[in-house]
Design a protein around this ligand. Structure first.
Ligand code: THU
Length: 145
């Protein structure tokens, strides 16, 4: 895994911290995410439901919470699946397709997604050809310098 900057390491630590609040009585798979934008860092965790399909992933919890607080320009998101260990397959720590689609809508395509123990990817690397209806979503913009 590539070396993280101090800011990236801090964001990842926030994601790990968010996983402590995961509500995952069904999967016992605790996930935390932290997204960075012009309003600062907003954290989220996975929240499951007895009606399994209603469960929400950590990435979407974090992004939706940030949007709800007024965030518009996302720069980075860190993700930590605390149950994914060195002896599980790397795919176990990756983000799901639904979250990639949401990232592609809300985040610039060259925004970074830092995945604990795996590596750093751009949003476009995670989902090269997302479904989009509008031309003016964040996904069309580049990260601000
Ligand atoms: N999960 C996430 O929070 N993010 C992902 O990208 C993959 C899956 C959660 C959903 C569910 O609560 C648990 O992990 C097992 O699938």
């Amino acid at each position: 895994m590539s070396t993280l900057t101090r800011d990236e390491e801090f964001l990842l630590q926030q994601a790990r911290d968010a996983a402590k609040h995961a509500y995952c009585p069904y999967s016992h798979f605790a996930v935390g995410a932290a997204c960075e934008s012009e309003i600062g860092i907003v954290k989220g965790c996975n929240v499951e439901n007895a009606s399994y399909g209603l469960s929400c992933c950590a990435e979407r919890s974090a992004l939706f919470a940030a949007v709800s607080r007024g965030a518009k320009r996302f720069t980075r998101l860190a993700l930590s699946c605390t149950n994914a260990t060195a002896d599980t397959r790397p795919e176990t720590g990756m983000c799901c397709g639904a979250c990639r689609q949401v990232m592609a809508e809300l985040m610039p395509q060259n925004a970074l997604v830092i995945i604990d123990g795996i590596g750093t990817f751009t949003v476009a690397e995670l989902l090269p050809k997302p479904f989009l209806l509008l031309g003016e979503t964040n996904s069309q913009k580049e990260v601000l310098p």
